[in-house]
Design a protein around this ligand. Sequence first.
Ligand code: GUN
Length: 286
Amino acid sequence: MAELIDGKVVSQSVRDEVAELASKLKQDTGIVPGLAAVLVGDDAASEIYVRNKRKACEKVGIYSEEHKLPAETTEEQLLGLVNKLNEDTKIHGILVQLPLPGHIDETKILRTVSPLKDVDGFHPYNVGLLVEGNPRFVSCTPGGIIKMLDFYNIDIKGKDVVVVGRSNIVGKPVSMLLLHRHGTVTICHSRTKDLKEVTGRADILVAAIGRANFITADMVKDGAVVIDVGINRKDDGKLTGDVDFEAVSEKASFITPVPGGVGPMTIAMLLYNTYLSAKSTAESNK
Ligand code: GUN
């Protein structure tokens, strides 16, 4: 039976650290880290996510603002808001909640966020720094996955790591981080031939596909560490991951639950990145 990797415990340790660091920064420099979240449209899941971010900010002493815009907002209006936030000295982190409505060019928006305030790590400059191995902001979910592995002393070096999913938000950046930690990384996707054969070799398996219970026990090696990034809503309204938790936890050595696994880490890392951004502002003011 697998040991649970408890995202609530690990994320609390990150939040406690951020609260302490933010308080010291305020004491030393007078700067309070500030985060602006921008939400376009009324996607229910995104609204919950943004609300949780606000509460999390309050608890650790980070100033936060929310910009909720209607679904029919034009690209120009959104660019205007992002440019305003780029100039706002109270704001050190800008998060544009994805997905954006179809009529808005997501790439264009993400490239307009100042790379110095891009706490999601989505701007091409920051993606480049991450690939180079000198990240400024590590994307929150990928960074959270590494924190969890470290917290449970799970060694990455030399391990066969398989990432299923190649998104810009999770699959690609987490693969880079695992590679920098000396994992032997394979990235799989919907066109991968004989997926089961590849996932079956994984010492560490990261599932970031976005399909409920996609990873079944026959795809997992005995003793593997299984990280489930999926958040899918079942017909009964309950959340479930990309991994068949019941069956896979019989085979794995460690596994993350959904909810309570990777999810809480994303917000904790966002708070940490906002603090880092405020700290570098303080240093550049010196
Ligand atoms: N939508 C799903 N995950 C994320 C994330 O980490 N950041 C942003 N901005 N949008 C998301």
